[in-house]
Design a protein around this ligand. Structure first.
Ligand code: 13P
Length: 257
């Protein structure tokens, strides 16, 4: 049985006051009775503040948006998994399409970051997904397979027992153009199938999130699909009402996968 999971990727947004209010608003309305796991991934500099608020108790887990592939040393401007763990992070997003396209992170770097996360006791949320040009060229499965293969080769399939995958088609991120439930389900099933070739038990237990313009209004129909285990939420995670509605949609799918 896979436990639904919703993670909010705040991206580069939020002052301390805004972050504080957002966490308060989410935690005060999120149902503790739900079996759905919910995490927030603030920018690095807001992690201490959010960690302190969450230490007081609550239903939220803490994640980061990126990490260095190194543990410590002369890497100016970087933040390591060791440091994130020290602040109580449980999750870290690895290979987000914005890291890949804007900061030149290739498959090998992503695979090394995935390894660094596991090494420091963090659960990587590995992002994969195709651009619009790649989808139009019918390359979606090849691109996703290549992105997965790099991580599999370096880390082995058993590493996915402690990981989460997020399928985020680049054309759906921040565009308001969500993948249809059928489009997303088809890629999620493909991902699970690839991993099942290597290890069926790991593949069956792996949570695969969908990300890309998820909102309160479209979350339930996405999460109803058999291989969609929750969402990685960008814009809508900055609005407590929207985010909690998405979490409730995930809770509505509990026990069905
Ligand atoms: P949006 O939900 O804003 O489309 O962003 C998705 C995303 O990139 C989450 O990591």
């Amino acid at each position: 049985m896979r436990r639904p999971f919703v993670a909010g990727n705040w991206k580069m947004n939020g002052t301390r006051a805004e972050a504080s209010r957002l966490v308060d608003d989410i935690t005060s309305t999120l149902s503790m009775a739900s079996h759905t796991e919910v995490a927030v991934c603030p920018p690095f500099i807001l992690i201490p503040l959010v960690a302190e608020k969450l230490a007081a108790g609550g239903a939220l887990a803490l994640g980061a948006q990126n990490l260095s592939s190194e543990a410590a040393g002369a890497f100016t401007g970087e933040v390591s998994g060791l440091m994130l763990r020290d602040y109580g992070c449980q999750y870290v997003i690895v290979g987000h399409s914005e890291r890949r396209s804007l900061y030149g992170e290739g498959d090998d770097t992503v695979a090394r970051k995935f390894a660094a996360a596991l090494e420091h006791g963090l659960t990587p949320i590995l992002c994969v997904g195709e651009t619009l040009a790649e989808r139009d060229a019918d390359e979606t499965e090849n691109v996703v397979a290549r992105q997965l293969q790099a991580v599999l080769e370096r880390n082995g399939v058993k590493a996915f027992a402690n990981a989460v995958i997020a399928y985020e088609p680049v054309w759906a991120i921040g565009t308001g153009r969500t993948a249809t439930p059928q489009q997303a389900q088809s890629v999620h099933a493909f991902i699970r199938g690839r991993l099942a070739h290597a290890d069926r038990v790991v593949a069956d237990g792996l949570r695969i999130l969908y990300g890309g313009s998820v909102k309160g209004a479209n979350a339930a129909e996405l999460f109803r699909e058999p291989d969609i285990d929750g969402g990685l939420i960008g814009g809508a995670s900055l609005n407590a009402v929207e985010f909690v509605t998405i979490c409730q949609a995930a809770a509505g799918s509990e026990g069905s996968k």
